[in-house]
Design a protein around this ligand. Structure first.
Ligand code: NCD
Length: 305
């Protein structure tokens, strides 16, 4: 039995197969419409979500399967004090696969150890968000045709942004990737990540001003300041509008630079940028469904001819 806790749980060859499958699902949805008939996905979300939970539910429904679950801890037995390990043992009796989001780092891993069914980490605290990374990689591969040889700027909350941590982990395995980290001092990417990059001799720069690096980027990954992970409201208010991507800044960028964002956006991308053909974030959300469909099929070991 296989779980997905970290984007590195799949080799790059396995990821290629997963993305080929996701692209085939995009092209031939009818072929997969009954692939998961009789199967049940449990979505156990101890933390708010729109996209991730609904895209999992949409993915399973589009595969002909069914979905059960809860969307906040207050409506589950966690509010009565039940442990994640006990909850997953019970869920294993009710469902064939589980997607779990939890505010505590590592909670889905604890669940996976006691689980009788595949568990997918749908975001654990400020740590990892592997299915967002699969979404990001599929978007880049589908729109650029490759996952190597580019400069990517990651901008915003690089400290608490779990999507950023997972994406960096995944990209270091591809050839000739250069990272530019754009953040205020307080929201710099964690030291364990820069140490890993130095150890692997992967080039990176850390800067504060987005304008300065805009012309050199092939990809810009914008992120929201993660309000829920701040200890004090004043800091959040001071930092929340530090970056706003607008048409003036887009004018500095390459003609084929992609703008990605895991969403939800707050103010960090002005709505006027949505019209720009380089804005890929809504398309990215669509890829999130195809890649989750491919992931469910892969973890359940279902092959469609
Ligand atoms: C992200 C998350 O939950 O980490 N959202 C998502 O899953 N698309 C990003 C965020 O909340 O800022």
């Amino acid at each position: 039995m296989r779980h997905l806790m970290n984007p590195l749980d799949f080799t790059t060859e396995e990821l290629d197969k997963l993305f080929d499958l996701a692209n085939d699902i995009e092209q031939n949805p009818a072929k997969y419409a009954h692939a998961c008939e009789g199967k049940i996905l449990a979505t156990c979300f101890y933390e708010p979500s729109t996209r991730t939970r609904l895209s999992f539910e949409s993915a399973m429904t589009r595969l002909g399967g069914r979905v059960i679950g809860f969307s906040d801890a207050a409506s589950s037995s966690a509010s009565k004090g039940e442990s994640v390990s006990d909850t997953i043992r019970i869920i294993s009796c009710y469902a064939d696969i589980c997607a779990m989001r939890h505010p505590k780092e590592g909670a889905p891993m604890v669940a996976a150890e006691k689980s009788g069914i595949p568990v997918i980490n749908a975001g654990d605290g400020g740590h990892q968000h592997p299915t967002q990374t699969l979404t990001d990689l599929l978007t880049i591969r589908s729109m650029k045709g490759r996952l190597d040889h580019f400069t990517i700027g990651l901008c915003g909350d690089l400290k608490f942004g779990r999507t950023v941590h997972s994406l960096i982990d995944a990209l270091v395995r591809y050839e000739n990737i250069r990272f530019i980290f754009i953040s205020p001092e307080e929201l710099r990417v964690p030291d364990y990540i820069t140490e890993m990059l130095r150890a692997r001799k992967i080039p990176y720069e850390e800067v504060i001003r987005l304008e300065d690096v805009m012309p050199s980027l092939d990809m810009l990954y914008m992120t929201r300041v993660q309000k829920e992970r701040f200890f004090n409201e004043e800091d959040y208010i001071r930092l929340k509008d530090f970056y706003v991507l607008d048409t003036a800044k887009m004018a500095l960028a390459k003609e084929d630079m992609l703008v990605l964002h895991p969403l939800p956006r707050v103010n960090e991308i002005s709505v006027e940028v949505d019209q720009d053909p380089r804005a890929a974030y809504f398309k990215q959300a669509q890829y999130g469904v195809y890649v989750r469909m491919a992931l469910i099929l892969t973890l359940l070991g279902i092959q469609v001819q």
